[in-house]
Design a protein around this ligand. Structure first.
Ligand SMILES: *Cc1c(COP(=O)(O)O)cnc(C)c1O
Length: 377
């Protein structure tokens, strides 16, 4: 039997046609016609004042930190259970990163723990939507607005998911998406910044365009362009934008494929969760998930590793996830200590992600679930 890979990069079908058109146009450096089409699609879909393509989600988070003027003396609250970029984007401005604990039922920021860590220096909270499901975004939004601090969404895994009738990525002042090949929709490497606060749009364009007002020049709003802001080179080439456009046009189909697989796993594994073999991530009743990942929370690290190895021995690739940032080598050098985030420390080593990608067949899902059911406990 063939192995079941953990991930297969999505192919929408129209990528080659659009990339060939970009090549034929001879305009490849970025901020061209394909970039404009992707940005318009994102703006229209998510009703945002602006969307800017970036070369990664990391870059979009760095832009967010710059646009919020984070710097020395400021504190930004982030989860420890996340990818490095969520914290690093703010840290590199000179701000301090304050790690908050997660709710073990979702592995996402616990608003009560965030509230307890707000001080007079807190400038922003950056929340992660984990595994394609919504974080408690309404509670965090209310908390931030009560304290006059900015909410940023690391929606790297949250594209095209929503809670009620509101899309993830539209709650924060700024939100970052990832188009890395391991995400649902991708262009190899890529990302986007969604700017939901209209007062930040002009500066966002400057920061994005190496600190210049070239975007206004291209629209005929100024006759020469010049250096107006400290920025960087944040956008991808037109080749990536062309590839991405084909993928973005398949957003609905991608979510439908992935969430059907997620639901098939869920139906089959709920009985085992009810027996207490593992815990399944809690998803709010009014959420529309994007099926980014299907996670099991095992009773402890030993049980997690045993299941992972059992699946691997049957050719099924399941992966663990984040090593907490606060107890990582850099986290410790920054002065963080073990014992400070009990849920993150207790549960991070117990999370196992099952294979989930558009190419999984019903037979594959059956094979994975059967292997989980037969695993000795
Ligand atoms: C993937 C990911 C990132 C980084 O995205 P890149 O596009 O690779 O920079 C950041 N945060 C989270 C939560 C992610 O899952």
């Amino acid at each position: 039997m063939a192995d079941i890979p953990f991930h297969v990069a999505f192919v929408a079908g129209g990528e080659q046609t659009y990339v060939a058109q970009a090549l034929a146009s001879g305009r490849l450096a970025g901020n061209g016609a394909f970039t404009a089409r992707c940005q318009q699609l994102l703006r229209d879909r998510y009703h945002a004042p602006a969307a800017l393509l970036t070369h990664s989600c990391t870059a979009a988070l760095e832009m967010a930190a710059m646009l919020l003027d984070c710097g020395p003396g400021d504190e930004v609250i982030v989860p420890s259970y996340t990818f490095t970029s969520t914290a690093a984007a703010f840290l590199r401005t000179g701000a301090s990163v304050v790690f908050a604990d997660v709710d073990p039922d979702t592995m996402m920021l616990d608003p009560a723990d965030v509230a307890a860590r707000i001080t007079a220096r807190t400038r922003a909270v950056c929340v992660v939507h984990y595994a394609g499901a919504p974080a408690p975004i309404e509670a965090l939004g209310a908390l931030c607005s009560n304290h006059g601090i900015a909410l940023v969404e690391d929606a790297a895994q949250g594209l095209h998911a929503r809670v009620g009738d509101r899309w993830l990525g539209t709650f924060g002042r700024l939100a970052a998406f990832s188009f890395h090949e391991t995400k649902n929709i991708h262009c190899g490497l890529g990302g986007a910044l969604l700017v939901n606060d209209a007062t930040l749009v002009e500066r966002a364009e400057h920061v994005w365009e190496r600190g210049t007002n070239r975007a206004q020049f291209l629209r005929g709003q100024v006759d020469k362009y010049t250096w107006v802001e400290l920025g960087s080179s944040f956008y991808p080439s037109e080749l990536q934008a062309a590839f991405l456009l084909a993928q973005l046009e398949a957003l609905d189909r991608n979510r439908q494929l992935r969430s059907a697989i997620w639901s098939a796993y869920h139906r089959r594994l709920v009985p085992l969760a009810e027996q207490g073999r593992f815990h399944l991530q809690r998803v709010p009743g009014d959420a529309v998930i994007n099926g980014h990942a299907f996670t099991l929370r095992l009773p402890d690290e030993t049980a997690c590793e045993a299941l992972r190895l059992d699946l691997a021995s049957q050719g099924i690739a399941a992966h663990t996830h984040y090593v907490p940032l606060h107890t990582s080598p850099l986290g410790l050098r920054l002065g963080n200590r073990p014992g400070t985030l009990p849920h993150t420390e207790r549960w991070a080593p117990t999370i196992l992600r099952l294979p989930l990608h558009h190419a999984l067949t019903a037979a594959d899902i059956d094979r994975v679930c059967t292997a989980v059911e037969h695993h000795p406990t």
